[in-house]
Design a protein around this ligand. Structure first.
Ligand code: NAD
Length: 492
């Protein structure tokens, strides 16, 4: 299968087009390896993950090149993937044991039942990953699964398989036994079914449309799943926001990875009282952004990943302008830089009925609008099927927290675009509404890869009448005990 180099449209390399049989082989190998790995200590897993962390940092130049070459993104956006993979690996290396330790639980009857909750690795975790953050979205969902004692089989997107393959080699170099991180390359439509059918957990990141399909397959196989899907994220600039910081934050939130970021902003809402000044400054910044295809840090924005993606962006801009929207900045493809480059674009007057009003563009296009009151901004931000990530700008932290609580999004960044919540890996990250199911990061991001088990030890008396006591008096005694427990303070 040929993999394209988006900077030029040339072939970057080839990978095998795996079959359903290959997927079965990968899962079988993973299962064997997991049988041993599940019995290793947390300390041993921690050593592997921390070595992996160190190798990612020391070998970053290689993977930065690779990410850029297969995705076409600017190096500064590729570097976000290095940060993410290292931070998540370190976090779960250091916290897996704490998140997964056994707990004593209240028993059926005080003193008579000793109950304990345990977590066991779930087995083989399938990861289906998209192309936009090819290193992060394969590796950072895998490291918690591995830390919990599982094996992983990853199916990267066909457009960007090399970052995952490089990650697989690096994990083995870090000491991960062979078989625990398997990669199958090929079309999702062909490999999805055998992969989901043979695994014990599905971690999917991609579009909401595909998410619905694979979640149905997971349900058919009765395996749990986590869905990280699309967004139509809003950024709200309140009247008291620092405009300098908000403009700076907006350029990152709108145009990171050329807007091909699930948590990037496509709806920018600015309070009436600051809208003119804010928009003037943002338009100036956007027009001045440097687009480039170099393997260095000069570019502020890179290419789109493919001709298909460029076509979607063009269609959304053309549809909006044909229906009355105006272009404030950008608006055009830039074939002079590379076949799939498109200017960072700001649109004014985007209304209901235009494709980009509701649908995710997943490109460097944002609609700017104004609002008169906080309540209007909240209502409009929430008027979406999606609820992934919102950004809110205000000089008043208490106001920020109060407004954030009313926003229907899995993450809300106050005075940041997306990075504050994403990089707070001790806290859950994921989407409400059609943006997903389940969460990555934090306790949930590793506990989901385990099976919970309760072991209850009954002492002295069974939860049944002893042989010398009849059912009726036992029932009475139990009823009296329950009434007493109901009244005792501290009994839950
Ligand atoms: P996509 O759904 O087309 O593809 C994602 C992955 O699913 C790819 O590996 C693909 O090969 C695979 N796939 C496709 N059809 C399949 C099928 N029938 N069965 C099994 N697997 C299948 O998504 P995309 O367009 O490549 O990615 C962009 C989307 O991903 C955007 O909507 C974006 O918002 C979303 N995304 C979400 C997050 C998040 O964390 N919430 C992160 C990144 C991207």
């Amino acid at each position: 299968m040929e993999v394209e180099k988006p900077f030029t449209g040339e072939v970057l390399g080839t990978v095998p087009r795996c079959t359903a049989d290959d997927v079965e082989t990968a899962i079988a190998r993973a299962r064997v390896a997991q049988g041993t790995w599940r019995r290793t200590s947390f300390a041993q897993r921690k050593r592997v993950l921390l070595r992996f962390h160190d190798l990612v940092l020391s070998r970053q130049a290689e993977i930065l090149d690779l990410i850029q070459l297969e995705s076409g993104k600017a190096r500064r956006h590729a570097f976000e993937e290095i940060l993410d993979v290292a931070i998540v690996a370190r976090y779960y290396a250091n916290t897996a044991q704490r998140h997964l330790r056994s707990h004593r639980r209240r028993g059926a009857l005080p003193f008579l039942t000793a109950a304990q909750e345990h977590r066991h690795p779930i087995g083989v975790v399938a990861i289906i990953a998209p192309w936009n953050y090819p290193f992060t979205l394969s590796m950072s969902d895998a490291t918690p699964a591995l830390a919990a004692g599982n094996a992983v089989v990853v199916k990267p997107d066909s457009q960007t398989p090399f970052s995952t393959l490089w990650g697989a080699a690096l994990l083995e170099e870090a000491g991960l036994p062979p078989g625990l991180f398997e990669v199958v390359t090929g079309a999702g439509s062909q490999l999805g079914e055998p992969l989901i059918g043979g695994s014990d957990y599905l971690m999917f990141t991609g579009s909401t449309a595909t998410g619905r399909k694979v979640a149905a397959q997971a349900a058919e196989n009765l395996i749990p799943c986590s869905m990280e899907l699309g967004g139509k994220n809003a950024m709200i600039v309140l009247d008291d926001a620092s405009l300098t910081k908000a403009v700076d934050g907006a350029t990152r939130a709108l145009f990171s990875n050329a807007g091909q970021l699930c948590i990037s902003v496509e709806r920018l809402m600015v309070h009436d009282s600051v809208a003119d000044e804010f928009t003037r400054r943002l338009v100036e910044r956007t027009r001045g952004m440097k687009l480039d295809a170099g393997l260095d840090y000069r570019a502020e924005m890179g290419s789109l990943v493919s001709g298909t993606q460029l076509e979607t962006v063009r269609e959304h801009v053309e549809d909006a302008t044909a229906k009355g929207a105006t272009v404030l900045a950008g608006g055009r493809p830039r074939p002079d830089i590379g076949p799939y480059f498109h200017e960072p674009t700001l649109l004014d007057g985007v209304r209901e009925g235009m494709t980009c009003f509701e649908e995710e563009t997943f490109g460097p296009v944002a609609a700017v609008s104004t609002f008169a009151s906080e309540q209007e901004a909240i209502a409009r931000a929430n008027a979406s099927d999606y609820g992934l990530n919102f950004s809110l700008w205000t000089a008043d932290a208490a106001r920020g927290r109060r407004v954030a609580a009313q926003l229907e999004a899995g993450t809300v960044n106050v005075n940041e675009g997306y990075a504050a919540a994403w990089a707070s890996v001790d806290a859950p990250m994921g989407g409400m509404k059609s943006s997903g199911l389940g969460r990555r990061h934090g306790a949930h991001g590793i506990q989901k890869y385990t099976e919970e088990q309760t072991v209850a030890l009954q002492r002295v008396l069974p939860i049944a009448p002893p042989r010398f006591v009849g059912q009726r008096p036992w029932g009475k005694a139990m009823t009296a005990s329950l009434r007493l427990l109901r009244r005792l303070p501290g009994v839950r």
